[in-house]
Design a protein around this ligand. Sequence first.
Ligand code: PLP
Length: 388
Amino acid sequence: MEDRFVYADNAATTPIDKRVLDKMMPFLTTEYGNASTLYALGQSSHRALEEAREQVALLMNADPKEIYFTGCGSESDNMALRGYLHSRQAKGKKHMITSCIEHHAILYTAQALEKEGFEVTYLPVDEYGKVRLSDLEAAIRPDTALVSIMFANNEIGTVNDIAAIGKLCREKGVIFHTDAVQAYGHVPVDVKAMNIDMLSLSGHKINAPKGVGAIYIRRGVMVEPLITGGGQEKNRRSGTENIASIVGLGEAARIKRENLDSEMAYLRGLSRKLIDGVLKMPQTILTGHPTDRLPGTCSFCINAIEGESLVLRLDMNGICASTGSACSTGSLEPSHVLLGIGLSHEISHGSLRLTLGPQNTEEDVDYILERLKGVVDVLRAMSPIWHA
Ligand code: PLP
């Protein structure tokens, strides 16, 4: 096939949808009022802010009053963990539970809280990356304040049994936060049906801009602010609101809600074709759960290959892919997620993540399969550890 450009790293970030950009443009140009002001220009920003809040809430069955805008998914995660634990400190609740394969926005925050004197249990996961309910139940203590388990994993795409985790936490009277940065807008999320108390999401994973996120905090859950100041977002997140990006996030949420079922079906079809094609190569495995996975996430380990070399050679062919998580690229340590699901260092080094989005086509998948096979053949021919 002729050379082409294929962006297959949609878990790292996504392109901005044209409709999202169009909706944002007035707020980057003529509609520049501060949403806290009383005159008409500011009130127009205020209305746009509240409209976006409603759209973000609708896509998770929340009340708009329970949505707070932030600067990114990492900030939402920090706010959930630090803000909630700090608010419980005086009550003697000093313990939280998370899993060992969370994003670093959770893991490093949990480690920082340990330094402050909080206690953290890091649950192991099964071979697919799911938290076992029995492990969670056994880890809950009388002083457990918070459980934070990711909705879907960013490296292997496995979707946790969130409704079951939420039910258990509610029964035990423990607050449940989920990092839904990879799930929101990609699979159905219902904070009420799933008994979720707090949820983090990020704009740039759903075709909205970078630098905007949100957190859902169920009414009645106490969370101390990370940023104090002018009292925006009902005192929970001060700072003049980034109206244009928030409007973009709202529009992206609306588009995802209208198209969720068809987009999921489309991406499952494309991913099936890509996964089947890649697994035809010898000594190649799928990582993550075979069925309970994000519709666009295809993740593999390819034996006797270095993931970094693979990604660079794919780039030379116009294909954007990643190895492990985008955030850990650059370090030679194998990903904590792959080690967490029990893979060896050696196998983990050959990890490849291809994440498809609605803009990808069947031709993109054919192209990836053709070029990937060529690149793998070349790299294996040079590999001292390759034995066919
Ligand atoms: N949580 C998960 C699961 C993610 O995949 C990411 C980003 O890759 C984040 C949190 C951080 O989100 P942001 O980039 O908006 O800070």
